[in-house]
Design a protein around this ligand. Structure first.
Ligand code: SF4
Ligand code: SF4
Ligand code: SF4
Length: 246
């Protein structure tokens, strides 16, 4: 069998797949760019789960949730203190969570201002200063690079370079880079920027999450939901478990 050179291999890679989208994925795989393979959403496989809520307490919440529930007197002062509007309360019918506070980043992330912790009269939320925000432990974080606009832009940039090398015209997906471009909004909104999220070198504003430094505030998820229109590429993992919505 005749050996093929790199150029021919690229051409075969491009023409072996039919659609633009599949081609992008094929080229990404060719370059080993799809590093998130095997990563699954922590909450569910696709959009937000309709029946469950992540149990994410406000900052400073006592570590064990039964202790938190025993200390919280359901006074709503934390919610009153929360100017960004990040704190919500479970309803009467939520099993075991009756009128206790939570944060849902699919509605509003926490800015880590710490005002709620200072308003809590029972220390169910341990009082904290804003300088202590690195010590907060609300949840974890997961990034899906295959859904992230910046990583998509990187892949399309590589596809474009390949098309030029082959002397072929840009496809619709390569032109999309100019329309949507890189993003980087999660990095910009992260209260622990340069610690919990840094950027990949190369100018595409592609985020790198550092799970060991993330406190789970959800600001990244909130902004990403706006950027990618409904199904964020970056989400909070509920380390305290899930709660039925009803
Ligand atoms: S730290 Fe600030 S933004 Fe976060 S829940 Fe408390 S009051 Fe709201
Ligand atoms: S906000 Fe979302 S789409 Fe934008 S860079 Fe962050 S993860 Fe990617
Ligand atoms: S990575 Fe996201 S959840 Fe973690 S600290 Fe930054 S904005 Fe908050």
């Amino acid at each position: 069998m005749k050996p093929i050179n790199r150029r021919e291999m690229l051409r075969q890679s491009v023409h072996a797949v039919g659609t633009v989208g599949v081609m992008g994925a094929g080229l990404a795989a060719f370059y080993g760019l799809s590093r998130s393979s095997g990563t699954h959403y922590p909450v569910n496989g696709g959009k937000y789960h309709e029946g469950l809520l992540r149990l994410i307490r406000p900052p400073g919440a006592l570590e064990h949730d039964d202790r938190f529930l025993a200390s919280c007197i359901r006074c709503y002062r934390c919610q009153d203190a929360c100017e960004p509007g990040a704190i919500q309360f479970f309803g009467e019918r939520t099993d075991g969570q009756y009128h206790s506070p939570y944060v849902d980043p699919s509605v509003k992330g926490c800015t880590l201002c710490m005002l709620c912790t200072q308003a809590c009269p029972t220390d169910a939320l341990t009082p904290m200063e804003v300088e202590e925000k690195r010590e907060v432990a609300m949840g974890g974080v997961e990034l899906r690079e295959d859904m992230c606009l910046s990583y998509k832009a990187q892949r399309i940039r590589d596809e474009q370079a390949m098309m030029m090398e082959l002397g072929e015209s840009p496809t619709e997906s390569t032109q999309m880079v100019e329309r949507r471009g890189p993003c980087g909004e999660c990095y910009m909104f992260c209260p622990l920027r340069e610690r919990a999220i840094t950027l990949e070198p190369g100018g595409f504003l592609a985020p790198i999450v550092h799970k060991e430094h993330c406190v789970g505030c959800g600001m990244c998820e909130e902004i990403c939901r706006v950027m990618v229109r409904g199904e964020p590429a970056i989400r909070i993992v509920a380390t305290r478990g899930m709660v039925s919505r009803s």
